[in-house]
Design a binder for this molecule. Structure first.
Ligand code: CO
Ligand code: ZN
Length: 334
């Protein structure tokens, strides 16, 4: 699994420019599903046929990034964020543009750090002047961060664990799942970071009876962090709520019961900010049951998002066990 994680986290794919990452995921999941399709939005649908409940498993392929708004007289690219990018987390980072050009992010002098916003940041692509900059990278180009995955003891640190790690969990679950009474739609969604857009359209198309998002969640286990119960190495986090979703009680109880029955290490997730594709699925059509399995992650939306390999493994295990259940029966549908 580690090799696959490294490959997907290091691939380029900010919201709206998911083509390369979609190709990689397509190749990885193809052997384990019955059909593959890409919808108008760009979501990748990988379906395992079945007679029972339609279950949509969503993991977003996109990552945070930026778009070039203009080029200044000295030949530096000026940018605007795509998704929740904190300006201070951009400082001196290496970046890649959608045409392969690389750059580093510089900042104009400021008296104190809270003056740093996107108007003070620029991308230095090594251009000698405005004309050369324009010939290398014009307005409207998308960019994302560059960083290699690193192992820290039993943890991994990388860019885009949000949410390529959810993509890996879905691929790995598809690989391990031998038989299921349900029809499973693994959807690798686009544009989550700009407002859960891909998942909304995908859920409308599938009209699932249950939606399960796979995503990262913040933790309360670093100095002065928000007071939340989630910790690295405590297992898969079963979402109770975030700002986009109050998980229906019977969905949460179903996930908890499966974890307990199978002795899978798990913890409750009460996230005081943020949202996931599960929120968009929940509000699609006339309302759809939805929940979320999360991987506890530190430093989300930085180039060094950090998570535990053991939590990732527990997430795969729980997802497989949930998908093996007769979802219609477990949720008392019909
Ligand atoms: Co995110
Ligand atoms: Zn995410």
């Amino acid at each position: 699994m580690k090799t696959l994680i490294k490959k997907v986290v290091e691939t380029f794919g900010p919201s709206g420019r998911e083509d390369s990452i979609r190709e990689i995921i397509k190749k990885e999941i193809e052997p384990f599903v019955d059909s593959l399709a890409v919808d108008t939005m760009g979501n990748l649908h990988a379906v395992k046929k079945g007679a029972g409940a339609r279950v949509m498993v969503a993991a977003h392929m996109d990552e945070i990034g930026f778009v070039v708004t203009h080029i200044d007289k000295m030949g530096f690219l000026r940018i605007s964020p795509v998704g929740g990018v904190a300006p201070v987390r951009c400082l001196y980072q290496r970046v890649l543009l959608d045409n392969g050009v690389k750059g580093v992010i510089g900042v104009e002098p400021v008296k104190n750090n809270n003056e740093i916003d996107f108007s003070k940041l620029y991308v230095d692509i090594g251009a000698k002047d405005e004309d050369e900059a324009r010939s290398l990278a014009g307005e409207g180009r998308f960019g994302a961060f560059l960083n290699e995955m690193t192992e820290l003891n039993d943890l991994i640190a990388a860019k885009s664990l949000d949410d390529r790690i959810g993509c890996v969990v879905a691929i790995e679950a598809a690989r391990r799942l031998k038989k299921s009474p349900n029809e499973i739609h693994f959807v690798f969604t686009v544009q989550e970071e700009v407002g859960l857009r891909g998942a909304r359209a995908a859920a409308f198309r599938i009209e699932p009876e249950l939606g399960i998002a796979l995503d990262v969640t913040g933790t309360g286990d670093t100095p002065e962090s928000a007071k939340m119960p989630m910790k690295l190495r405590n297992g898969v986090a079963i979402k109770i709520k975030d700002s986009s979703l109050l998980v229906p009680k019977k969905v949460k109880e179903f996930f908890m019961a499966v974890a307990e029955r199978n002795k899978i290490r798990h913890q409750p997730e009460i996230l005081t900010f943020g949202g996931t594709d599960a929120g968009a699925i929940n509000l699609s059509k006339s309302g759809i049951l939805a929940g979320c399995l999360s991987i506890p992650t530190r430093y989300i939306h930085s180039v060094s998002e950090t998570a535990s390999l053991s939590d990732i493994e527990e997430t795969v295990k729980l997802l497989v066990k949930i998908l093996e259940c007769d979802v219609k029966k477990e949720l008392a549908l019909e």
